[in-house]
Design a protein around this ligand. Structure first.
Ligand code: SF4
Ligand code: SF4
Length: 356
């Protein structure tokens, strides 16, 4: 194992000292790669060196006993080198193909699934949730765990038409990103203002400036400086809550879950796309979110059945059309699915051009 590194206050650490020696030696000089089986990648370098990568699913929020367990497996069955992926998986690199199967067995025996590569359902992109963030309306870890339990077989097998990326967002405005299927919190009521706290906690001009539809105005309430919301204008986005927690928008009853589909960042085969809303108003039903899981599985298995090889979710929808998407998945189509805000054409950045 590499030596402990001193903490670095800013920026990403230099990865080279922690990289597998075969990867350091052949950095940027790879000639070929393949996918021998779900969860395993093979790379061959121009020098003839070979390396296998075994990808295992983890729970992301892990105690140090689990980290030790994973590290012990790396020392005993791998070459002592691992990396964590952006989607909270752990990858073991080995330079000897004979180590792959014993490594997989050791991971499986401890309950870690092997998969998430090629045309499988990859691990859900995990937002921070209650553990690290101060504005979530639901927990990200819980939704991810509950859903990946349901999609276990789709993680360890490569049976989807193409890669399927899922994401969570525990508020409506920040992390999460574009995904084939995205699970996003949906506030359905304007914020309720705790006027006693506003003057002590918030900078009123920054809260007013935050609102994308100019629904917030400074106001005097009971002789004290506070804020008011024009509820007709408010789109319940929750953007005022982070700079001003007294704008209370999280609500166990009225903060719901919504499902969006067809987003992707990749520009392979077709251009990157924004995902679109397909199901709204699902209950935020911890700890297993069964209603959300049901809709996600309905969409996923309809795509699996109907998609052609190499079609990403949005390619499939583009081919069959949105009316057929709603017919085939059985999801109700409501007025909330029609985006008739004409200003979006000018204001939302929907191209790869950088505008100043
Ligand atoms: S999605 Fe929103 S609530 Fe969740 S971690 Fe990101 S900023 Fe916080
Ligand atoms: S929830 Fe969004 S739209 Fe409503 S007042 Fe706050 S920032 Fe404005």
């Amino acid at each position: 194992m590499a030596e402990m590194r001193p903490p670095i206050e800013s920026g990403a650490p230099d990865p080279m000292p922690f990289m597998h020696p075969v990867m350091v030696k052949n950095y940027g000089k790879w000639s070929f790669h393949s996918h021998p089986k779900p969860g395993v990648l093979y790379h061959r370098a121009e020098s003839g060196d070979e390396i296998w990568t075994v990808k295992a699913g983890t729970a992301r929020q892990m105690d140090h006993y689990t980290i030790h367990e994973l590290a012990d497996i790396a020392d005993q069955y791998g070459d002592g080198f691992v990396r964590f992926t952006a989607r909270s998986n752990i990858e073991y690199m080995v330079a000897d193909g004979a180590k792959v199967e014993p490594l997989i067995k050791a991971l499986n025996d401890k309950g870690y699934p092997i998969g998430g590569t090629a045309n499988s359902v990859s691990m859900i992109a995990h937002t921070q949730g209650f553990l690290h963030c101060d504005i979530p309306a639901t927990d990200a870890s819980g939704v991810v765990k509950a859903l990946m339990d349901e999609l276990y077989d789709d993680f360890i097998k490569c049976e989807m038409p193409n890669r399927v990326k899922l994401s969570t967002s525990c508020c409506e405005i920040n992390c999460g990103g574009q995904a084939d299927i995205a699970i996003i919190v949906q506030h359905t009521k304007p914020p309720k203002i705790n006027h006693d706290l506003v003057a002590n906690v918030c900078e009123r001009p920054s809260v007013v400036a935050r609102c994308p539809v100019a629904a917030i105005r400074p106001a005097l309430v009971n002789g004290k400086p506070s804020l008011e919301v024009d509820e007709k204008k408010c789109i319940c986005c929750g953007a005022c809550f982070p700079p001003c927690p007294p704008m209370q928008i999280n609500d166990p009853e009225h903060s719901k879950m919504a499902i969006w589909v067809g987003g992707k960042n990749s520009n392979a085969r077709s251009k990157p796309t924004f995902h679109k809303l397909v199901a709204a108003g699902l209950p935020n039903n911890a700890p297993r979110w069964p209603e959300v899981a049901e809709v996600v599985k309905k969409i996923l298995y309809t795509y699996k059945e109907d998609g052609k090889p190499w079609e990403r979710m949005i390619d499939w929808i583009d081919r069959i059309g949105w009316p057929a998407f709603f017919e085939k998945t059985g999801l109700p189509f409501t007025k909330y699915h029609i985006d008739n805000w004409r200003g979006g054409r000018a204001n939302l950045n929907a191209s790869a051009h950088i505008r100043f």
